[in-house]
Design a protein around this ligand. Structure first.
Ligand code: HXC
Length: 514
């Protein structure tokens, strides 16, 4: 064959395979409000940056008449490309080909690109849209999943791993996203569950829709499995692109710096926090008054919102924020918010991202429900994660820092590098009301006017202990600062900490309270 003809032949072959499951299946995909796998990759990556591999891979299954079936690309597209110039490895399951089901060759394509991402130390993005293990391929499909989970685990903490759920992600397939760092879901499109509605109906006799069982909102608001929620696929891709600018390519580098657009911006930080410690405020306003250009990307915004986590930049460099949210449950730590904070702290620590903690909370949430849900075990994760982290760790106590909360929220005692407190900070074993009722119980009960005595004793306790100066006198707080000084001091502290070295005893790995 002449060169010209062989090139024509190649183009014809490419065009055929790139059609995936064909026009009818593509129409069906569009009717579900979904883009195709190829459209998704092209929408996410920089223009003309995508290079595809294994386009001509075919399944090799013979059972159940599979030898008569052609499955283009075996239902998954893999390749490399860039996002704002940063290299990424990517795979996208093609639902138009056998429902994106995972057989042996499909899995081999995914593990090939995962190996590549790990070897080249670049982020991995997986777009999931699949009916799960390809039923006709039996144990080969199960083996494929196992090999993916193994690689997810090997890559954890080495390269960023992003999962995008853009269709069904059922059965054991959910565990690959669960092992990755960030899970993105889209309303009405994402469906994640271990056991589908039909099995639930058979086994438990309960009727439930796929949406109610494991739709996007379920995972963004209830389970916490999803980190980002979007209304549309395009919005989801914009979120991924933004996130990619905040994180490094791998655990040996730092995220790229982006100088602030407006370095002289002035915030009204002193107007955000009410003087009355019982009055709530939105801690996100405080974060936006501190970070460059008020630009903050929040993670798991809709779940466990009594704690706020996310990335912002300080003088151009990425910083991870962990902040109690006084607007929700007074910002207490409970089982879910502990899990949320601890996992994020570990992410930042793995990827060289300094952590700034903003503290205003009355402690761990009391109650039978929390105790029985394991608040001891979950709460311990926060202590473990902060203590273990060796990246720069800075805390600013805004108002309340009571009891276990004071210790847990990156206190000096867990290894904070800098501890700042606003003059409104109250650092004590518990709030003045609770404390006075306990330690002055006898005086209050025996007083002629018990209520008057109680108020007097609460005030006495507040004056003596509920301020930052007792802790500052012991050196537990480095500096009591004015609110307007917060941003500049944090920038300075981060600059000073740039070459921080902090070594831990040699061990295989610790045993965190998972
Ligand atoms: C083989 C599959 C498939 C699968 C879908 N298809 N799932 N083929 N193995 N697991 C095929 C269908 O036969 C159909 O082929 C095409 O994909 C589209 O599927 P439809 O059912 O027509 O689409 P839809 O109505 O949108 O329903 C999608 C679905 C449903 C909800 C995902 O297909 C479904 O419930 N599939 C099975 C899900 C499941 O139970 N998977 C196994 C989970 S167990 P044609 O040729 O007609 O176009 C598992 C274990 C892994 O994953 C354990 C790892 C640890």
């Amino acid at each position: 064959m002449s060169l010209k003809r062989s090139i024509q032949d190649l183009r014809k072959r490419r065009a055929l395979v790139q059609k995936g499951g064909g026009d009818k299946a593509i129409e069906k995909q569009a009717a579900m409000g979904k883009l195709t796998a190829r459209e998704r990759i092209l929408a996410l990556l920089d223009k003309d940056s995508f290079n595809e591999y294994d386009l001509f891979v075919e399944h090799q299954s013979r059972d159940f008449d599979m030898d008569k079936k052609i499955l283009h690309g075996d239902g998954v597209i893999i390749g490399t490309g860039t996002i704002y110039g940063a290299p990424v490895c990517i795979f996208a399951q093609d639902f138009t080909v056998a429902g994106g089901s995972l057989g042996l060759m499909h899995a081999r394509k995914i593990t090939k690109i995962m190996d590549h991402a790990l070897k080249m130390r670049v982020p991995l993005i997986g777009i999931n849209d699949s009916g799960g293990a390809r039923i006709q391929e039996g144990v080969n499909s199960l083996a494929g999943y196992g090999e993916i989970f193994y690689r997810n685990t090997m890559a954890s903490g080495v390269i960023p791993q992003i999962s995008v759920i853009l269709g069904p992600c059922a059965g054991g397939a959910v565990y690959s996203p669960a092992l990755t760092d960030f899970v993105f879901v889209v309303d009405n499109i994402s469906k994640m569950f271990i056991t589908g509605p039909s099995v639930i109906q058979t086994v438990l006799g309960e009727e439930i829709t796929m949406e109610d069982l494991g739709g996007a909102r379920v995972h963004a608001e209830i389970t916490g499995n999803a980190h980002f929620f979007a209304e549309s696929e395009q919005e989801c891709f914009d979120q991924i692109k933004k996130l990619i600018t905040y994180i490094p390519w791998n655990n040996t580098t730092k995220a790229k710096a982006f100088p602030p657009k407006d370095p002289t911006f002035e915030s009204r930080i002193d107007e955000i926090v009410p003087g009355d410690p019982k009055q709530p405020y939105d801690v996100r306003d405080l974060i936006k008054a501190i970070v460059d250009d008020s630009d903050f990307i929040e993670i798991q915004e809709l779940w466990a919102s009594n704690i706020v986590i996310g990335f912002g930049r300080m003088n151009g460099e990425t910083v991870g924020f962990v902040a109690n949210q006084p607007l929700v449950l007074a910002g207490v730590l409970d089982c879910d918010s502990s899990d949320k904070a601890a996992r994020f702290i570990r992410y930042c620590d793995s990827f060289n991202i300094p952590i700034v903690t903003l503290e205003d909370m009355p402690g761990y949430l009391p109650g039978v429900d929390q105790e029985h849900s394991g608040v001891i075990r979950h709460g311990a994760k926060v202590l473990y994660a902060y203590s273990e982290a060796t990246v720069p760790k800075i805390t600013v106590i805004i108002r309340k820092a009571y009891g276990g909360g004071y210790i847990a929220m990156n206190s000096r005692h867990l290894g904070a590098d800098f501890m700042f407190a606003w003059p409104t900070a109250e650092i004590a074993v518990m709030g003045p009301e609770g404390a006075a009722n306990i330690i002055f119980k006898k005086e209050i009960m025996e007083a002629e006017d018990p209520e008057g005595m109680r108020i007097k004793k609460v005030e006495e306790y507040r004056e003596k202990f509920a301020n930052p100066y007792v802790a500052a006198a012991k050196g537990y707080i480095d500096s009591v600062i004015e609110p307007e000084e917060t941003r500049e001091l944090l920038i300075h502290a981060l600059e000073v900490s740039k070459n921080k070295e902090d070594h831990r005893p040699a061990k295989k790995h610790g045993i965190p309270p998972f």
